[in-house]
Ligand binder design. Structure first.
Ligand code: SAM
Ligand code: SF4
Length: 427
């Protein structure tokens, strides 16, 4: 989501006539889009801001803006702590910065076509931003208030974008060279509940699938309580929708799930996984997991570990619990010692490494089609429909094309392949 927001703000600044600078030292304006989901993310931002503080001393004309989830609606405390920052902009609320940029460039106040409507995206990315695979937010905010999470406090309640607006944006992105689009939301499968027209994510996937020139469609992130049969059917039945679902479990123990306010049990989650796998053969499943939530006992952690072993996800995003001031869980004692959290995280990571490696090895010897998204260290980098990272070498220009490859060597993170030829795009 932050990547999508950053691209959008960059696009809006470029539309005013600003251009990206090669480094902070060479820039007139530096915007930091922050994440506050864990303390470690905030720490990284504070490190970068420390550098900018020094830079500003040497270069007083530099302007610094801080946006993203680190900026609360009431920023008084932040202003005091970071006096060298010129603009504090809560997520998506960039009007003050855009206005100041217009003023400094001598542009008239705000033509309607460029205004930031209610602080949210209005215009598609301007031409020139390339990218084969792009993110399109379809629902902002979150209503779930999982007890550990700061996001609902910083991104506000759920607001769905209108169907026509989403379709128009996807068409514009495809017109600029996108071939794959990921529809984004903190809780993407609750899309549409607040719209005047009757629409849900399954219906939206159908509409977006009809966009000509779009080859692949994904969505991120699903909440197990909102993932319904219609959505599973849409994934199974729409050829452009990739068989790849991120379904965060967060914990494999029912007491913890309740304490996290996740509103499903492990049995319900496993049942859902079973239904998805039965209906979408070969589906790749990823998940998010928190270790060391307050009160997590060794047995409770073991249940999470066992669940990962049982389900054998393709990817697990695991993190150590980090108390976020203002959340319900922050009132509980953060009683799992840091070293125990670290050990649990290491165990999860080792387990997952072995599972990912075994899954990738199963692919070796087979053929697949990858959408080539870029080039890294002399190799073409592509993704399968199941989001596996595949590398191959070839002197031709493969960017934005579909390559058929035979898979030859596997690691836990990626698979190496050899080019067979070009695959035909979906009709
Ligand atoms: N909305 C998605 C969901 O329901 O899972 C994910 C959004 S959240 C920004 C991304 C991930 O960060 C979560 O899935 C969770 O695992 C992790 N996370 C959120 N708050 C956390 C915290 N206080 N400590 C550790 N991890 C956290
Ligand atoms: Fe945070 Fe839960 Fe909302 Fe995800 S669903 S953004 S974890 S509150």
């Amino acid at each position: 989501m932050n990547k999508a927001d950053s691209d959008r703000l960059a696009g809006q600044l470029e539309a005013l006539g600003l251009a990206a600078a090669p480094s902070a030292d060479a820039a007139d304006l530096v915007v930091i889009n922050s994440c506050s989901v864990r303390q470690s993310a905030e720490q990284r931002v504070l490190g970068k801001l420390g550098y900018l503080k020094g830079l500003r001393k040497r270069k007083p004309e530099l302007r610094v803006a801080l946006t993203g989830c680190m900026v609360p609606p009431d920023d008084a405390e932040l202003r005091q702590r970071l006096p060298f920052v010129d603009y504090f902009l809560p997520p998506l609320q960039w009007d003050a910065l855009l206005l100041a940029a217009r003023e400094s460039l001598g542009l008239p106040a705000a033509p309607a076509s460029l205004a930031c409507r209610a602080g949210e995206y209005e215009t598609p990315l301007p031409a020139g931003r390339d990218g084969v695979s792009r993110y399109v937010p379809i629902i902002y905010g979150c209503d779930n208030f999982c007890t550990y999470c700061i996001v609902p406090f910083r991104r506000g309640p759920e607001r769905s974008r209108a169907v026509d607006e989403v379709v128009a944006e996807v068409e514009a992105q495809v017109g600029q060279g996108a071939r794959e689009v990921t529809l984004l939301g903190q809780n993407v499968d609750s899309y549409g509940h607040d719209l005047p027209e009757k629409c849900d994510l399954a219906a939206l996937l159908r509409q977006v699938s009809a966009v000509e020139g779009l080859w692949r469609l994904r969505f991120l992130t699903s909440h197990p309580k909102d993932m319904n049969e219609r959505l599973v059917e849409a994934v199974a039945g729409l050829p452009k929708v990739c068989e790849h679902i991120n379904l965060p479990i967060q914990a494999g123990d029912d007491r913890l799930l309740k304490a996290m306010h996740r509103s499903y049990t492990t049995a319900q989650y496993l049942d859902l996984i079973g239904r998805i796998r039965a209906r979408v053969p070969g589906v790749a499943l990823s998940t998010d997991l928190i270790v060391g939530f307050p009160g997590e006992s060794a047995e409770e952690f073991q249940r999470s570990y066992d669940l990962l072993e049982q389900v054998r996800f393709d990817v697990v995003h695991a993190a150590m619990y980090s108390p976020r001031p203002g959340t319900v869980a922050a009132r509980l004692t953060d009683d799992v010692p840091a070293e125990t959290k670290r050990e649990r995280l290491d165990r999860v990571e080792h387990l997952q490494e072995a599972i990912s490696l075994a899954k990738h090895r199963e692919l070796v010897g087979g053929e697949t089609t990858v959408l080539v998204v870029g080039c890294a260290r002399g190799k073409w980098e592509g993704r399968t429909r199941t989001d596996k990272l595949v590398f191959f070498t070839d002197p031709g220009d493969w960017r934005g094309r579909l390559a058929r490859v035979t898979l030859t060597r596997a690691s836990a993170w990626s698979v190496q392949g050899e080019l067979l030829g070009e695959a035909a795009p979906p009709a």
